[in-house]
Write a protein that binds this ligand. Structure first.
Ligand code: ZN
Length: 369
């Protein structure tokens, strides 16, 4: 893949009007309605509160790929990248060869915003407070039942499970932000290797190879500890190779424009690789992607005093929905020596002296950007 060209394409043709992270069904509906007859667009069900859940199908290839976004309602970067991907297949403009290569080999089934109630409320969970990514066995949520119904019906070879990760994730050795993270989920507690996992790892390795040119040193890998109730782990176990994508932070980019573009490019490269029949096994390169660490913060106040002790304050900006807008509320995440941490902002603050932790928290809460 010529990542330079894809990057330029994205600058020029990304779907406009989606700079914000608060993305609901009604926001994406007008764009989806512009898709032409090449895209099958149908309602497949409803959420707990009766919002539509839709499926978009594109391509005519033998390899079936299922992709869903926003199973966590407040994780919208994947949805924004998916809109760009659909636009790419609609108007490839100079990328016709790549688009045709993918769509001749693959049929792509997309479920944008699997958790539309959580998207409106801007919550991780659905309207019944169920975490859909931990509901794969219990299937208590309508949305989980729907995803699994279509998983069985489509029987995809590959799945893309799109999420957003918190700003705290970093990548060694330079403590850069983990702008993108990936996981090839385990199939059991022993984290056994099988052909399917190797294929999932290979797709991620090929994505990593390309994305390193765009966000060098900002790509991490999640621990492959087996989560018995997680979606990806179970889908992988059932034989559907599942690529977990976590879009994350880039320095100074609270709207996640960088990871939106990186997610778009990751999807293009992943699909390109899956569509290429002669692709070599690259799973060992996956194991060389550094593990995620939690050593990044939005802001650090250095050398403050809390309850008579000299220490550092590590701040994360917590998103809160306020009248249809997302505001960022600073909150203390760490009170300790943070010399091993990096941050968007590091502020020398040896003049600050707080009586206790609560006093520090109250002071921090009033420090909006
Ligand atoms: Zn998530």
């Amino acid at each position: 893949m010529d990542i330079e060209k894809i990057s330029l394409w994205h600058d020029q043709y990304q779907v406009r009007g989606f700079d914000k992270r608060y993305v609901r069904l009604k926001d994406i509906d007008p764009f989806l309605k512009t898709l032409n007859d090449d895209f099958e667009f149908v309602k497949i069900g409803e959420s707990f509160q009766g919002r539509d859940i839709n499926k978009i199908v594109i391509g005519k290839g033998k390899i079936k790929v299922l992709l869903w976004t926003q199973m966590h309602g407040n994780e919208s970067t994947g949805t924004r990248a998916l809109l760009d991907l659909l636009r790419f297949f609609k108007i490839p403009e100079g990328q016709e060869e790549l688009a045709n290569h993918i769509l001749n080999a693959i049929t792509l089934y997309c479920i944008p915003i699997l958790n539309p109630d959580g998207a409106v409320a801007y919550t991780r969970v659905n309207a019944q407070s169920i975490d859909l990514n931990r509901d794969v066995i219990a299937k208590k949520a309508k949305e989980s039942q729907l995803l699994q119904f279509w998983l069985k019906k489509i029987n995809p070879s590959y799945c893309f499970n799109l999420h957003d990760q918190r700003n705290i994730f970093s990548v060694a050795p330079y403590n850069r932000t983990a702008t993108m993270s990936f996981l090839a989920p385990s199939i059991n507690e022993e984290r056994s290797m099988n052909e399917g996992r190797k294929q999932t790892m290979t797709v991620i390795a090929s994505i990593n190879k390309e994305l390193q040119k765009f966000i060098p040193g900002q790509i991490g890998r999640y621990t492959d500890e087996f989560y018995p109730t997680a979606t990806g782990d179970n889908f992988q176990k059932m034989g559907h190779n599942t690529i977990l994508i976590e879009s994350g932070h880039a320095k100074g980019d609270s709207l996640r424009r960088v990871s939106r573009k990186a997610t778009f490019m990751a999807l293009i490269e992943g699909l390109r690789h899956i569509a290429s029949k002669d692709a070599a096994d690259m799973h060992k390169a996956y194991l060389e992607i550094p593990n995620n660490e939690k050593k990044y913060l939005d802001r650090i106040y250095k050398n403050v005093v809390v309850a008579g002790e000299r220490t550092d304050l590590g701040i994360l900006l917590i998103e809160k929905l306020q009248k249809d807008r997302i505001i960022l509320v600073p909150s203390i995440d760490q009170i300790m020596d943070l010399k091993d941490f990096a941050a968007d902002e590091i502020i020398e603050a040896d003049h600050l002296d707080f009586e206790d932790k609560n006093a520090a928290e109250n002071w921090v809460k009033n420090r909006f950007n």
